[in-house]
Design a protein around this ligand. Sequence first.
Ligand SMILES: [Zn+2]
Length: 459
Amino acid sequence: MAVHTIALIVSALLVLSGCAPPPAAPRSSAVLFEGARLIVGDERPPIENAVFVVEGGAFAQVGRAADVQAPEGALRVSLAGKTVMPAIIDAHGHLGYRRSASFLVENYTRENLLDHLQRLAYHGVAAFMSMGTERDLGYALRDELRAAPPAGMALFLTAGRGLAMPSGGPAPPLRDAPYGVSTPEEARAAVRELGSKQIDRYVKIWVDDREGQVRKLTPELFTAAIDEAHRLGLRTITHTQDREDVKAILRAGIDGLAHPPWRLGQEVDDELVALVKARPHVFVLLTLWGTRNQIFGPRPAWIDDPLLRETFTEEDIRLLENPKVPPDAPARWKAGVVPRGVARLKAAGVRFGLGDDAGATNGAQYFGFGSHMEMASMVEAGLTPEEAITVATRNSAEILGLDRLGTVAAGKSADFIVLDANPLENIHNTRRINAVYLRGQAVDRAALRAKWTGARATR
Ligand SMILES: [Zn+2]
């Protein structure tokens, strides 16, 4: 029996165990997974021939075979030849506006938001932070899903709306989503309203003139917003790409950067290194996907990744090729500021997180696939596969305050990906997904594939 077939049976048993005791309930709801290479998600070498027990949606025991006591009556699942890694946590994107190749406010519907959360789950993403472009519907849906998490969907976190100058938000159709603030009092009032909506930890602040297209939030305004957020026990994260603006907002007390702290062409300098070293809590989401044109060049190889064809039509995929990018772009990227900047920040001890900005700029609509692309880009930029996986799992969970996610360890939620190949040998193998488990239940990937491609569900 194929692993995913067993996974579906296991999932059915776990669903049953959550209801009133059925007449033929098994003696134990525990499931013991054995034989996989286990990447815990904390940069330690993997555990070969690992055993872990899942019970009640959580990891009950994790370790080498000799260290784990099999619960009586536990169902056993062999993962021989497979690699297991923690489910991915994506700390920066924008849910709701993308639908296939279209990018519109009208797409922001309950149905489309749920579809995005399913796409994330399909690719092994356990939680996704929608970063500052929510509309009212999003808050209500977040609360509803939080109260009763449905099977087969990523956890939906939201920073609510962010702050920018009036009409100074991100590119349309996201532009009008943030609060437009003109005075410190307005900035503080917007932050207080976000507090009352119980946003998930972060206030998003845009400081970017979009190459002269919009007015940039002033230091007076972002300082007031950061101060008010901290007064309320909230944290702050910024979209700021100009290196000198990054320095100013670091001095004003920003807690994290949603993008690398440079515009293309700018280098990380000594002053910036000193600022981040003096603020060890400050993290940087790499969002290297944002520079995908520079990374991948025309007709990038990932266009042929079979995983893409499981969730997109051929026409959608064709629209994502980069005909205008010069052929030498990837070589220039590799030798350029991005790997140098990443190396300098890493040497300064900066904590990185994963954010792919999915759902924002053109080409970044691959909810889930984009998270895997980010890990590959991190390795292109000089991180090891172990480091990239840890950034995408443990680090991002910590940044979002998700204590029960991010690693495969006893007591954590049983959110993990079963892979057919080892990503420590080749980071692209994170896409060789055999099965995804969220909260101990297998995601029905065959049914989702059928929904997106119109193909018959095959298992
Ligand atoms: Zn963004």
